[in-house]
Design a binder for this molecule. Structure first.
Ligand code: SAJ
Length: 442
């Protein structure tokens, strides 16, 4: 059956389905539709089904090319959305792009994945290929996905159906570009399956398609994001050292990176988003119970999660030096998104900062040019505040009119979590400036 499937894929006769039309599933569905496949998108949210069938993109934020591509493939009838799993019965390939969050105990929550598999298995076409694109803990394909499909379909792996894991590598703001330019690991339930997966993705990926087994594919995705988290944590820990010893972490970083094979990341006010704070915990979960002493990866998470609280400590210290306590203070919080020039607030470090400020009896006044509920004139918002805290390096903040802000603030205190302000200039016009990784001038 696999050779016939490969031929249908190569000739684009294979009928494709994508379960989960979110920020990964929708661009993937559109790209296969543009490549010439008939694509069925399965989406539980009825409003989103309607929007997509009308050719209107439900994805917030600026995704170059996506809205036009969706309009084109929807109008051309190459992409159709539905909430009805029964329509999957004649699909030859089914991609699964549902959310795989972790909870407060860092345990994966696979409800969406289990629900998708539970609905798919009974209607799955004999000989079909299922590919999980969601990020999952190592071992999930073997222990969760495959058993659910076998039990639900009554068929065996590599006989009644084929199964693969192909983790996505997309970044908000570059979804379509990433999907075609970044290499991908095609983790097959057998080498033959990996080869068929490569034939499929070759229609949309103009980069390496690296065949592998399931565990390798699961490890690569979670490791590449754990790697980034550890690198950022290292930069943050160096920032704390510089503060204690009177160094400037930005200068230290610049000079360290002149040394060959060094690539110190950027320290900052914290690590947010839907990938980096989550994927290290998926990796940890995948190896738990195996007796491997994990010290570095959890510690890196703790360092990064501690940065918003460190920002508050800098603020409390700066206010105290001005003879002002934090309780009752109004604090202008500049930036609520998790990433510069983005409107995405998932796992934003600013959320942790705001919670801590309220615990200490302060009143946060939040501004963010990209987040609808926090837009407005930041200088007006700053009027009467006792300090300003920069949490995100939005372009708008790099051009802050510090003199104008100083007139609005009742105390010229500025805590800079992303080095968007020049410390010497700020101090020269009267600010009491504290920055992550920068010496304290008393
Ligand atoms: N951050 C730092 N210091 C750094 C880099 C990032 O503090 O040196 C912070 C950011 O402010 C943000 C968080 O970390 O709060 C995450 O930033 P990110 O640049 O990693 O952006 P993400 O979350 O969109 O990560 C995605 C990931 N892509 C996928 O998972 C497919 C990640 O693997 C990419 O490396 C990253 O995009 C990217 O390079 O843009």
């Amino acid at each position: 059956m696999l050779p016939e499937l490969k031929k249908k894929i190569e000739s684009k006769q294979a009928r494709l389905a994508v379960i989960g039309l979110g920020y990964v599933g929708l661009p993937v569905a559109c790209m296969f539709a543009r490549a010439g496949f008939d694509v069925l998108g399965v989406e539980l949210r009825p409003a989103r089904v309607e929007q997509i069938n009308a050719g209107v993109s439900p994805i917030e934020g600026d995704e170059p090319g996506l809205a036009d591509l969706l309009a084109e493939v929807a109008a051309g009838g190459k992409l159709r959305a539905t909430s009805d799993y029964a329509q999957l019965g004649d699909c030859d390939v089914v991609l699964i792009d549902v959310e795989t969050p972790v909870d407060d105990q860092h345990t994966p929550r696979y409800q969406a994945l289990r629900s998708a598999l539970g609905s798919l298995a009974p209607v799955l076409k004999v000989g079909a290929l299922v590919i999980v694109e969601s990020t999952i803990a190592p071992g999930t394909m073997l222990k969760v996905v495959c058993p659910l499909l076998e039990q639900g379909s009554g068929r065996q792996l590599n006989q009644g159906f084929y199964l693969g894991n192909c983790p996505e590598r997309v970044m908000p703001g570059k979804l379509l570009a990433n999907l075609s330019t970044l290499s991908r690991v095609v983790g097959g339930g057998s080498p033959e399956t990996a080869a068929v997966m490569a034939a499929l993705y070759a229609h949309i990926v103009k980069a390496d398609l690296d065949p592998a087994d399931w565990i390798t594919a699961e490890l690569v995705k979670t490791v590449e994001n754990a790697y980034r988290d550890v690198q950022i944590a290292f930069a943050n820990e160096v920032a704390l050292i510089c503060e204690a010893l009177g160094g400037d972490v930005w200068k230290v970083r610049e000079l360290v990176n002149k040394s060959p094979y060094r690539q110190m990341h950027l320290p900052g006010a914290g690590v947010g988003g839907h990938c980096i704070p989550k994927d290290p915990w998926l990796l940890v979960y995948g190896v738990q119970g195996q007796g491997v002493p994990l010290r570095l990866i959890p510690a890196a998470r703790a360092v990064n999660d501690g940065m918003p609280r460190h920002m508050v400590e800098l603020l409390v210290s700066a206010l105290a030096e001005q003879g002002r306590g934090i309780a009752g203070a109004r604090i202008l919080v500049l930036g609520y998104a998790y990433l510069e020039d983005s409107d995405d607030t998932r796992n934003s470090p600013s959320t942790a900062l705001v919670t801590r400020l309220k615990e200490l009896g302060a009143t946060p006044v939040i501004h963010d040019p990209y987040v609808p509920e926090y837009q407005g004139d930041l200088y007006e918002l700053g009027r009467g505040c006792q300090a300003a805290v920069v949490m995100v390096s939005h372009r708008a903040y790099k051009g802050l009119d510090l003199a104008k802000l100083a007139q609005a603030l009742s105390l010229p205190v500025l805590v800079d979590g992303r080095r968007v302000v020049d410390a010497n200039y700020a101090r020269s016009i009267g600010y009491h400036y504290r920055g992550i990784g920068q010496e304290t001038i008393r």
